[in-house]
Design a protein around this ligand. Structure first.
Ligand code: F6R
Length: 235
């Protein structure tokens, strides 16, 4: 695990975008695993800037997102589908049919999870997976538990995650309680992983992830077993 502490959120965003840009330049047909949440917003802004400057080309890139709320349609402003279009996809030259998320509206969630795993396999796997981390050490929506979920699955969100996510929903708006998420196994099969974290509320989770025992109680700790992980963080 390579761990890089940077001075502030701006350099976290710049450094992370540089690593992703390097991946795209090395392999213009890269499959990128992407995350939502507030942490990657700066990274996406930097990638848009690099694309506009002509330094990176998304024409051959395919993306697969980590997760999507179950029960939210793609047009809902809090859906991850909507987020990705707003924050990245509609600003760069990526083909819409090369951007993938689990469908939050699939009637048969299990079938949707199988479809998503097969899609990733068919794409040849993920070259670089970008991850944020929850205060409780979750990655994707793999919450602390008794085991590491191997595959994309439907999952209940914990109280902590519901609390953290409720800030994005309006007063009285119902926060979804389930999500479809890549499994820990899906994430571990990515050829490289870039984990980003910003702010003091991530300190506990980050310390356990880097220095703690590998345990499903801190899902991100499993990354200690991955051969190519970079962690970039700031206080
Ligand atoms: C988002 C995701 C989540 C977030 C995590 C951190 O696709 O899978 O695991 O990465 O909850 O969220 P922020 O960045 O908002 O602190």
């Amino acid at each position: 695990m390579k761990v890089l502490k940077v001075s502030d959120y701006a350099s976290l965003s710049k450094k992370s975008a540089t690593l992703i840009a390097a991946q795209i330049i090395r392999n213009p047909g890269s499959v990128l695993g992407l995350a939502t949440g507030s942490t990657p917003e700066g990274v996406y802004a930097e990638l848009i800037a690099l694309n506009k400057q002509g330094l990176i080309d998304f024409a051959g890139v395919t993306t697969v997102n980590l997760d999507e709320y179950y029960g939210l349609p793609g047009e809902h402003p809090q859906s991850y589908d909507y987020f990705m279009r707003q924050k990245l996809f509609s600003h760069v030259n990526i083909a819409a049919d090369c951007t993938h998320l689990p469908s939050g509206m699939a009637t048969d969630a299990e079938k949707e999870c199988r479809r998503y795993e097969q899609l990733i396999d068919r794409l040849g796997g993920i070259d670089l997976q970008l991850l944020g981390i929850g205060r409780n050490g979750h990655v994707g929506f793999n919450e602390p538990g008794k085991s590491f979920p191997p595959l994309t699955h439907l999952t209940d969100l914990t109280e902590d995650t519901l609390g953290a996510n409720s800030r994005f929903f309006g007063p009285g708006e119902k926060v979804p309680t389930q999500a479809i998420s890549m499994g820990i196994g899906t994430i571990m099969r990515a050829r490289s992983v870039l984990l980003i974290a910003s702010g003091p509320d991530k300190k506990w989770a980050l310390d356990k992830t880097i220095n703690g025992p590998v345990t499903p109680q801190v899902p991100a700790s499993v990354l200690q077993y991955h051969p190519d992980v970079t962690v970039i963080y700031c206080d």
